[in-house]
Each structure stands twice: as C-alpha cells, then as structure tokens.
Design a protein around this ligand. Sequence first.
Ligand SMILES: [Fe+2]
Length: 437
Amino acid sequence: MRRRSLIDDARDPIIKNEANSSNKSVHDILISGSSVTSPATLVDSLKADNVDVLLWESRQAKKGFLSVSDENVSPQHSVDLYIRCRSDRDNLESALSKIRFKNYDIEEISSPASGKKVWFPRHISDLDKCQSLQFNFDPNKDASHPGYSDESYRRRRTEICKLALAYRHGQKIEEVKYTESELKTWKTVYTSLKKDQEKFACAKFLKGMELLQNQCGYSQSEIPQMQKVSEFLFEQTGFQLRPIGGLLSARDFLASLAFKVFQCTQYVRHESSPLHTPEPDCCHELIGHVPMLCDPDFAKFSQEVGLASLGASDDDIEKLSTLYWFTVEFGLCKENGNLKAYGAGLLSASGELKHAMSDIPEHLPLVAEQVAVQTYQDSDYQPVYFVAENFENALLQFRKFYKEHIQRSFHVRYDEHGQRVVTTPELWRFKAKKTSN
Ligand SMILES: [Fe+2]
C-alpha cells in the first residue's frame, strides 16, 4: 500500500475544507504591483480576515499581459501573486480593500467559457477509474483479428485481461506464466526485429534496449514480467507500467502519461500472425515502447502530452492523440543526417519499419500544428511520416502547440512527491472579471 506523504497530510484539510464549505464560493485573485515582495504577508493578511486561502503562488509578471503598476520596475523582477481562496463576497471585499489600500493592483479573474467540464484523474490512484476499453480490434468482437475463430486463444486472452482489470494502484502486478506457444511467438517477434532495429532505430532506443537486455532480463527466450520491467523503468525515468486489458480510449491512455504511468497489455498476439497484430500486445509494448521510455527526454515529452490532455475537450484529445500517433507510435528522427526510427509502432513491426524507411511514403518535417490534424491509418501502413530534428525541438514545438491551440482554461503541473496533479488558472487565457476602485 502507498504510504501517505507529509504533503498529502497537509493537503487533506484543504480538500475537506473545499468539500464542506458549499455556502462560500471560490475566487481566483491576482495581486500585482512593484512591491509584491512578501507574498506570505499578503496571504497572512487575508487569512487574518477569515478568507480561506486554498492555494497561492508567486509568479513572474508578464509585461503586456499582466499589469505592472510601476513601469520603472523591470518585468523580470516583478512578481505577481496568484491566490485561490474561498469566502463570501462581503468578507472578501473587506479583506481586499485593506490590501488595495497599500497600492497593490487586485484583479479577480475567471476562466473564459470553456464548455462542459470534463472529469480527469487528480491522483495516480485515480487511474483505477481510467479503464475505458475500445473494442474495435478485440478478437472477441472483431472478425478480422487473427484470433477471432480460435476459442482457446480468446479464453486465454480474457484470462490475462481479467488480471489487469482487477489491478489497483499500489499493488504488485500479477505474474503471467506464459505458455510454450506464447514464448515461441515472443521469440519470433524478438529475433525478427533485432536486425532491423540495429539498422534503423535511433540511438536512444538502442541504448534503452541494451539496458533492458543487460539489467532487466530482456532476451529472445523469456517474456519479461511486467512488475520487474516497471521497477527498472521507474529507476531510469520515474515512469512505471500498469496492466490493462486491451486497447484503451485515447483520453484514459493519455491521462495516465501525465502521472508517468504507461498502460501496458500483458497478453501475447495470436501465434498465426507473429509479425503483425491489429491491437497492442506485450510484444509491442515491451519491445516497442519500453526502450524509449528509458530515455529521460522522451519520458518528459510523453508526460507533457499527458498533462496537456487532462480535462481537454474531445476535439483537443483528438489532436493530442494524433500528435502522439505520429510521434510516439510512428515517429522518425534525424541522426547525423540519417533517417532513424523512434516510434513504437515501427520498432515492433519489421514490415512497417522497412516501409517507413523506404522511399515509398512521404517524409515531412515535424510541425506540430500540421501533425495534429493529419489523417492516419490504423489498419495499414502510413502513407506519411513526420521527421523530428531532435527531441528537444519536438518538445519545444509541442509546448508552442499547446499554448496556441489547446483550449483549456487551467494549467496542470505534476507534483512528483505527492503523485498528484495541481491545477491553476492558465493566466494568459483569463479575462478580468471585476476590478474595484
Ligand atoms: Fe503503442
């Protein structure tokens, strides 16, 4: 079981307070001025006037967006104070008037109309509720799946999926005792990919694979157990694996990445089709995804896509999952002027890997705005692939894309220690709600 941290303990009263104070309302306040040098004093002043301060943060003032009352003060040295508090209106006005008297600018801010609110996980344990499976490639429902007419395969897959669905945060991941047939399929996949990966994979992937082989038991003769891989991955980049019983909805899958959790299937593809699977299986996840997740830059990129997805609209989830598709699943990059692959969908399937590296498909430079609206194939080879200059550039592009195109009124950051996300208003998208004299 997860031990509670001191931060968790400290936050509990805040959460309970929020739940129990329904007669008061929440206000987001921005205090700015050339002399916001002691935010704690201002917070104490509000508390002394019986305003419940739920959250406060000092932020560097942004000239051109936030008001900097003293133009002689360089913006980079100016600090704004953001406060979220709970209070009734009269009490709040009375408390703020005392601060305003000291020549601070006070702005109450509110989010622009943002449509319906979408639930999203706040703590890593909330991922227990993120199990919306998609059934389009499920062998129990999809006649084109190689295992559709094999009842014993479907029974075995269901058995393994049940273990995943019963999993709860904090538990050890159940071991699966793989059958001879499953081990044979793994061996075929593993050996068939090795040569092509050495030729076409980027350096980060090869380095991750080497680590996994040397320190985590990756080999052609054994399917690594997910718990062991998860512990190893956690030591490398803080990412961990969580078992899932099939193809997850884009929203739930991306949400997990925000918490540095990669949802991972445990069953093996059908033996009749070892080199291709229409749905993710453990060969795809462990061979295709995990080596890249051993790299800190790539792990950071994955988590930022996940954080951007929390509470996003359906349209924005579509854009983010398309971006994910053409980078994490089917991404190419340049290395010393040569084309290399880093996408898991390529590095776990020799056929598409060779196709992607050939002159047949189109190779376009990675431009996040363009990638996010590109149509894609989920049942055939892609006609177009996007090539990143490097991961740093991909991350910068993603951040720019997020800022300019994802319509969300709040910013999310990850509290690594508490394993929870913290939301605050995305200031540049907020409008002044009320300014008193
Ligand atoms: Fe994948």
